[in-house]
Design a protein around this ligand. Structure first.
Ligand code: NAD
Length: 542
C-alpha cells in the first residue's frame, strides 16, 4: 500500500448542457426517454450488496402521465431494516480502514459516470420519476450530484490534512478523523436526485456505512444512483438502500444502540418528530447521534422601489414556478412596492401566458406535474381556500386537473393581509403570494419579512441603492441561510453558495461544503511523547 499524499484533481462545477434543438445531447436524451418508457424496471432493495425482492410491489408512474407504468419496486419490512443495519455494521471496519484515496476514487468515478455515460439515463430517469423538465433535471441529477461528489472529495482531503499546528520538542500531536461509531441513517426527499445521492455518499466518503431510505416518490431515479455507486466500485454493505415505509423503518433505526447519525432532508414536521424520537431514546445509544436536517422554507423576495421591475418579475416567475415550486428554496412570498406593482404584474402575466404545461418528454413545456396525488390535493386545497377568502384574490392561474397527471397552473395570490396563511405556511407547489406595500414602508416591511414565518431558508432582496442593500442585509441577517441580492432565491451551486437554512429550516450544516463533512467524523487526538518523564516532581518543589 502506498503512503504517498496524492494530489487530487481540482474540482470544477460540471458544465450544464443546453439541450437546444439540433444538439447531440438533445437527440441522445430523447432516445433515452423513449427507451426507458419502453422498458419495465423492477427495483429491488440493496442490502449488503444483495438485490432483495419481497414480492410486495408498488408500481411507479410519471406524475405527468399516470396511465403509463415505469415499473415497480419491492417494499420491505422491519426485518429488512434490521438486515440493512447488520450489513452496514459488518462492512464498517474494512470500509473505515480503506485508504481515503480509494474511497475518494470510488466517488470521483461515480461523478464521471453520472456526467458521462450515464448522463442521458440519469436525466431521463429524473424527468420521468419526478416530472422535471430537462433543464431542471440536468442541474439536479447530473450537475449538482457530480459537484457534490467531486467537491466533497476535495473537502475530505482538506479535513484530513488539518493537523494541530504545534508539536513542541519531543512531542508529536496528531488528529485522526475517525468515522462515527455505528451506522448513519440517510433519509431523503423526493425533490432532488442529487440530495438523495449526497445524503448517503457524504457520510460514506468519511468512512461511515449507511442505511439509506429514499422517498417513495423518488425510487425510480434513486435506484439508478445506487446502480452507479456499485458500478463505481462501492463495496457491498457500505450503502444499503431500503424501500420501507418511513415510520416502520424509523421504529427499528431509532431504537438501535449503534445508531450514530441522521442525515435528513425533508419537511420540518417530520424532522421535528424524528428529533423528538431520538431524544426520547437517547439512553439506548452508544454515542450521542449526530442530527443533520435540512427542512422546509417560506422563501421571500422583497423589492425596493429603486429596483428594476423586469428583473423582479423574472426572478419571481423563475423562482416560484420552476419545478412547479417544489424546491425548498422556491420563492413563495413576495413584497412589492405600490409604485412598481402594475409593471411587475404585467410582466408576470405575459410570462405565465407564454409558459406551456405538460409532459417532460415534450421539451417545449416549462411546467410539468407536481409529485403525487397527496401533494396535488394539498396544493389545490390552498388554492380553493384562497378563492373563497375575501381578503385575498387569485389573480393568475388557479386552475388544476389530475385526470391525466397532477397538473396545477402557476398561481399567484394577491394578499391584503401580509399574514394570510399562504404568506406564512410552506405549500410546496406552484403558488406565489404577493403583498403590495406603500413605498415609504420599506423598513417596516423588512421587519414583517423577518417575523412572518418560522422558517429561514432562502430570501432575496432587489434594490439599486447600496445603502438600502446594506441595511436590508443586516435587517434580514437571521431570516435566510442563503441570502440573494438582486437574484432569485433558488439555484444554489455546490462550491459557490453552500446551501442550508436555520430556524425551522434546519440545522444549517450546508450540504456540499466542508461544514457538512465535519458532522460525519469523530476526531481522535493523539499525543505521542518521545521522551516520557521519569520523575513526578516539578521544579517548584525545590
Ligand atoms: P417528507 O418530510 O415528506 O419526506 C422526507 C423523507 O422522510 C422521505 O423519505 C419520507 O418517506 C420520510 N418520512 C416521512 N415521514 C417519516 C416518519 N414519520 N419516519 C421516518 N421517515 C419518514 O419530505 P418530502 O415531501 O419528500 O420533501 C419535501 C420537503 O423537503 C419540503 O418541506 C422541502 O422544503 C424539504 N426540502 C428541504 C431542503 C433543504 O435543503 N432545506 C431540500 C429539499 C427539500
Amino acid at each position: 500500500m502506498s503512503n504517498a499524499i496524492f494530489k487530487l484533481p481540482t474540482p470544477q462545477n460540471e458544465k450544464v448542457l443546453s439541450y437546444a434543438p439540433g444538439s447531440p445531447e438533445r437527440a441522445e436524451l430523447q432516445a433515452m426517454l423513449q427507451q426507458l418508457k419502453s422498458e419495465y424496471w423492477e427495483v429491488p432493495m440493496t442490502i449488503g450488496g444483495q438485490k432483495v425482492k419481497t414480492g410486495n410491489t408498488v408500481t411507479m408512474h410519471p406524475p405527468h402521465e399516470l396511465a403509463h407504468t415505469l415499473g415497480e419496486y419491492h417494499v420491505g419490512t422491519a426485518e429488512h431494516v434490521q438486515q440493512a443495519i447488520d450489513a452496514a455494521l459488518a462492512a464498517k471496519d474494512a470500509w473505515a480502514a480503506m485508504p481515503w484515496q480509494d474511497r475518494a476514487s470510488i466517488f470521483l468515478k461515480a461523478a464521471d459516470l453520472i456526467a458521462g455515460p450515464y448522463r442521458a439515463k440519469m436525466n431521463a430517469a429524473t424527468m420521468l420519476c419526478q416530472s422535471k423538465n430537462i433543464y431542471q433535471a440536468e442541474i439536479d441529477c447530473v450537475a449538482e450530484l457530480a459537484d457534490f461528489l467531486r467537491f466533497n472529495v476535495e473537502y475530505m482531503a482538506q479535513i484530513y490534512a488539518e493537523q494541530p499546528p504545534i508539536s513542541p520538542e519531543g512531542i508529536w500531536n496528531r488528529l485522526d478523523y475517525r468515522p462515527l461509531e455505528g451506522f448513519v441513517f440517510a433519509l431523503t426527499p423526493f425533490n432532488f436526485t442529487a440530495i438523495a445521492g449526497n445524503l448517503s455518499a457524504a457520510p460514506a466518503m468519511m468512512g461511515n456505512t449507511i442505511v439509506w431510505k429514499p422517498s417513495e416518490a423518488q425510487v425510480y431515479s434513486a435506484a439508478l444512483v445506487m446502480e452507479i455507486f456499485e458500478l463505481a466500485g462501492l463495496p457491498d454493505g457500505v450503502i444499503n438502500m431500503i424501500l420501507v415505509d418511513g415510520p416502520e423503518a424509523g421504529e427499528v433505526i431509532f431504537s438501535h444502540p449503534d445508531f450514530a447519525g441522521l442525515h435528513f432532508t425533508g419537511s420540518t414536521g417530520v424532522f421535528q418528530h424524528l428529533w423528538q424520537t431520538i431524544g426520547n431514546n437517547i439512553s439506548k445509544y452508544k454515542s450521542y447521534p449526530r442530527i443533520v436536517g435540512e427542512t422546509g422554507g417560506k422563501d421571500f423576495v422583497v423589492a425596493h422601489p429603486s429596483s428594476d421591475a423586469k428583473q423582479v418579475a423574472t426572478a419571481l416567475v423563475r423562482g416560484a414556478f420552476e419545478f412547479q415550486g417544489q424546491k425548498c428554496s422556491a420563492a413563495s412570498r413576495a413584497y412589492l412596492p405600490e409604485s412598481m406593482w402594475s409593471d411587475v404584474r404585467s410582466y408576470m402575466e405575459a410570462d405565465l401566458a407564454s409558459m406551456k404545461m405538460g409532459t417532460t418528454e415534450d421539451l417545449g413545456n416549462f411546467i410539468n406535474a407536481v409529485i403525487t396525488e397527496k401533494a396535488f390535493d394539498k396544493i389545490a386545497s390552498y388554492i380553493d381556500q384562497a378563492k373563497a377568502d375575501s381578503n385575498v384574490e387569485v389573480i393568475m392561474g388557479g386552475g388544476y386537473d389530475k385526470s391525466k397527471g397532477y397538473f396545477i397552473e402557476p398561481t399567484v395570490i394577491l394578499a391584503k393581509d401580509p399574514k394570510y396563511r399562504t404568506m406564512c405556511e410552506e405549500i410546496f407547489g406552484p403558488v406565489l403570494t404577493i403583498y403590495v406595500y406603500a413605498d415609504d414602508q420599506y423598513e417596516e416591511i423588512l421587519e414583517l419579512v423577518d417575523t412572518t414565518s418560522p422558517y429561514a431558508l432562502t430570501g432575496a432582496i432587489f434594490a439599486k441603492d447600496r445603502e438600502v442593500i446594506q441595511f436590508s442585509e443586516q435587517k434580514l441577517k437571521n431570516a435566510a441561510g442563503n441570502f440573494y441580492i438582486n437574484d432569485k432565491p433558488t439555484g444554489a451551486v455546490v462550491g459557490q453558495q453552500p446551501f442550508g437554512g436555520a430556524r425551522a429550516s434546519g440545522t444549517n450544516d450546508k450540504a456540499g461544503s466542508i461544514l457538512n463533512l465535519y458532522r460525519w467524523i469523530s476526531p481522535q487526538t493523539i499525543k505521542e511523547n518521545f521522551n516520557p518523564p521519569t520523575d513526578y516532581r516539578y521544579p517548584f518543589l525545590g
